[in-house]
Design a binder for this molecule. Structure first.
Ligand code: AMP
Length: 305
């Protein structure tokens, strides 16, 4: 796919995961923040993926991305191993316990972007903030119209200063409740959002797993529950899929006003609800826009009174 007309780009991890949930275990699962993000976004718009993999990366995983309108021009291949994450969920599946993180190929990653036309929408998915900054230097504002980011405890603990520099340069942040509290060093989510807002992003989106999501947008507030699911099989990638669908919808509509952002968040919640129904990207691979729209219609009924 040529990359001249692609409205959305993401930098993040493309990973090999080892995941254990109360319902089963998978040793070499296809994962990574940018993998889930780009796959979810691709239901709405073509997306360009900026990431690095190692020589151990299975060709079958690459083919999964190739099934979709995902531009892989900036998917770099390095010698050595792919980013590896090992995590476990207990019966409360809202937070993963990280058992091991091997950065591997991330150590050698120095993304060089060569877009013919810069994407208007840019997402800095969960990855080393130093790399998020390098991408911001090349494709951030004013080249991009709307920039959002994610992060996690691993980077908040190790790279807070770099992360602060990222936050100062983005329009929006999408994080989960635990990360928001850790980032802001606050207990209340409302105060956390206010404090994060003062660090840079005008829009703060806080995901609360099975309890839904909150949007703080310069004094305006929106709360959405999660789609009520009977079966949660593997929550890995829910957050990235949420962000991918949200950004994909924003990029497709080209509108980041409050009301459209609410709709984008609803799409995010719906696509994430599919992701958790199976391991890895398996459920997303059996998904289409029709199923997304059907679930959105049910969700809309549940939420209105
Ligand atoms: P989530 O949407 O939060 O469940 O993200 C899950 C994905 O994040 C997994 O597939 C992991 O490969 C990836 N991941 C885990 N730790 C990190 C990290 N420190 N930096 C970037 N990506 C990570």
């Amino acid at each position: 796919m040529g990359n001249n007309q692609i409205p959305l780009a993401v930098i993040g991890t493309v990973a090999i995961d080892e995941v254990e949930t109360p319902f089963g275990k998978r040793d070499r699962a296809f994962g990574g923040s940018a993998s889930y993000f780009s796959y979810a976004a691709s239901f709405f718009t073509p997306v360009s993926l900026v990431a690095i993999i190692g020589s151990d990366f299975p060709s079958g995983f690459r083919q999964i991305l190739e099934e979709r309108p995902i531009d892989l021009t900036h998917l770099e291949s390095a010698l050595g191993k792919t980013f590896f994450w090992r995590g476990k969920y207990q019966f409360d599946m809202n937070t993963a316990e990280t058992l091991e993180t091997q950065l591997n190929a991330l150590h050698d990653f120095n993304p060089q972007l060569h877009f013919r036309k810069n994407p208007d929408f840019l997402f800095l998915a969960n990855i080393d903030p130093t790399l998020q900054l390098r991408v911001l230097d090349q494709a951030g504002k004013p080249k991009a119209k709307f920039v959002a980011c994610d992060t996690m405890n691993f980077w908040i603990e190790k790279k807070r200063t770099e992360l602060q520099h990222v936050l100062a340069r983005v329009d929006a942040i999408v994080v989960n409740d635990g990360e928001a509290r850790q980032l802001a060093e606050e207990v209340s989510l409302i105060r956390s959002a206010q404090k994060i807002h003062s660090m840079g992003p005008s829009k703060v989106i806080i995901k609360k797993g099975e309890h839904g999501a909150l949007l703080f947008d310069e004094g305006r507030f929106f709360a959405l529950p999660a789609y009520p699911l009977e079966t949660v099989f593997d929550p890995t990638g829910a957050g990235d899929s949420f962000a991918g669908a949200m950004m994909g919808y924003l990029a497709k509509t080209g509108n980041t006003e409050f009301d459209n952002l609410k709709k984008a968040i609803a799409y995010g919640a719906v696509v994430a609800s599919f992701t958790v129904e199976d391991f890895s990207l398996d459920r997303l691979r059996r998904l289409d826009l029709k199923q997304i729209e059907e679930r959105l219609a049910i969700f809309r009924k549940i939420c209105s009174f």
